[in-house]
Design a protein around this ligand. Structure first.
Ligand SMILES: Cc1cc2nc3c(=O)[nH]c(=O)nc-3n(C[C@H](O)[C@H](O)[C@H](O)COP(=O)(O)OP(=O)(O)OC[C@H]3O[C@@H](n4cnc5c(N)ncnc54)[C@H](O)[C@@H]3O)c2cc1C
Length: 377
């Protein structure tokens, strides 16, 4: 069977691409090795921070503004709470990347924000206990997305728009053919005019000739039961805290009620792995390190650890994404290397991938994501 577009990988990015392509009337085949909204890649664990005052680089802000519009449309059409606005606190010393970078992006793009000192944070959000030399940027527009609900919503709506999505089917190889691409899986062989590859942590295998160095990292999520109960954490902002050592930890409100606990994690403290070698065991010393760090800022989180989960980052050397037409394969579009901060872009990346696959170009500013900056072979 011949398709207009085959999407390989239906995780965060691929499910969004399949939806936007089907929405434009393309005849889409999606291929995914696991089940819908599975927990073996990078798009699971109940919540992902979304925010606009982007300390990583102000160049991301226009994409975030578009992403927010698309989240609202997705929530509306799916009827699911795919995201929630809670406000966000970005905490650290005045010159930290987290505070100074968030302020730079806010000022450059005139995003509403407030700067709060430690006492002001305490009076508005009593669960926090900042050091006297720490301040926070408060962004009212920040919040969280629900990764599993988002992936499932994109899958459901893509199918509703006529896409054929096949699960439990692994792509073994792809090759350019006259007028398009052939994709071979463990179950069959398909051709299409265009292919969109969204392989997450499997990028090093599936995009071997691509030449972009991607390091896959094991990350751990922790759910703590706050001492004294979850009430102070129920209407609570998301937060990112940068300590004096430069490490960032982050967390969420108690979004799943009193029994769900409060989810926290380190932003970048992973161990290099592959999807085959990742150690899914979480060790007591890891839990202790997380508890010690997070309870410096949120003392009530010195409570029981209710649950943990592992997840993978796919890091590029500069931690910026890779989104482009494949430099050596005219009919192939690639989205990978989301470096632990991609989820908040899922809806807009879907739109960009649909642009690239159907027209070869996009109006969105994606120069930062050009793979040629990284290619080493
Ligand atoms: C612990 C953790 C916390 C994070 N927190 C945030 C956050 O707060 N905010 C934020 O914006 N981002 C966050 N991120 C990053 C964000 O979740 C990722 O950037 C995003 O989910 C990546 O999506 P993806 O589509 O590239 O990967 P995935 O969702 O993993 O999708 C890739 C898919 O490809 C499939 N696949 C691979 N190879 C094949 C094959 N050969 N055949 C068929 N299918 C294949 C896989 O099974 C998978 O479903 C976090 C990530 C982690 C791990």
């Amino acid at each position: 069977m011949h398709y207009d577009v085959i999407v390989i990988g239906l995780g965060g990015m691929g499910s969004a691409a399949a939806f936007h392509l089907a929405d434009r009337g393309q005849n889409v085949l999606g291929l995914e090795k696991f089940t819908p909204a599975h927990d073996k890649g990078s798009s699971h664990g109940g919540s992902r921070i979304i925010r606009q005052s982007y300390f990583e680089d102000p160049a991301y802000v226009p994409l975030l503004l578009r992403s927010y519009e698309l989240w609202a449309q997705l929530a509306q059409e799916s009827g699911e709470e795919v995201y929630r606005i809670t406000g966000g606190l970005f905490i650290g010393r005045e010159d930290s990347v987290t505070v100074a970078g968030s302020l730079k992006a806010s000022q450059q793009w005139s995003l509403p924000h407030e700067i709060l000192d430690a006492a002001q944070v305490k009076s508005r959000f009593p669960a926090f206990d900042l050091n006297d030399d720490e301040i926070a940027l408060f962004e009212a527009a920040a919040g969280f997305a629900r990764p599993e609900l988002t992936v499932q919503a994109h899958i459901d709506l893509a199918i509703k728009r006529g896409a054929t999505l096949q699960f439990g089917e692994t792509v073994l190889e792809w090759a350019e053919i006259d007028g398009g691409v052939r994709v071979v899986t463990d179950k069959g062989s398909y051709t299409a005019g265009q292919v969109v590859i969204c392989p997450g942590a499997w990028a090093p295998g599936l995009l071997e000739q691509f030449g972009v160095p991607i390091v896959v990292e094991r990350q751990v999520l922790y759910w703590f039961d706050p001492v004294g109960g979850t009430t102070p954490f129920e209407h609570h902002p998301i937060f990112i805290h940068e300590a004096a050592d430069g490490m960032q930890d982050y967390g969420f409100p108690a979004i799943d009620g009193p029994d769900g606990g409060v989810k926290v994690a380190f932003f970048r403290k992973g161990q290099e792995c592959t999807p085959d070698t990742i150690d899914r065991t979480v060790y007591p010393e890891e839990i202790e390190a997380m508890r010690t760090r997070v309870s410096e800022t949120l003392p009530a989180l010195d409570g029981d650890c209710l649950d943990t989960a592992t997840c993978m980052y796919s890091n590029t050397p500069d931690e910026h994404f890779v989104i482009a037409r494949h430099p050596d394969a005219a009919n192939v579009t690639v989205a990978c290397g989301f470096s632990g901060h991609g989820f908040k872009f899922v809806p807009v990346v879907g739109e960009i991938l649909a642009d690239l696959a159907t027209t070869g170009r996009t109006e969105h500013p994606i120069a930062l994501f050009d793979p040629r900056r990284l290619v080493t072979v």
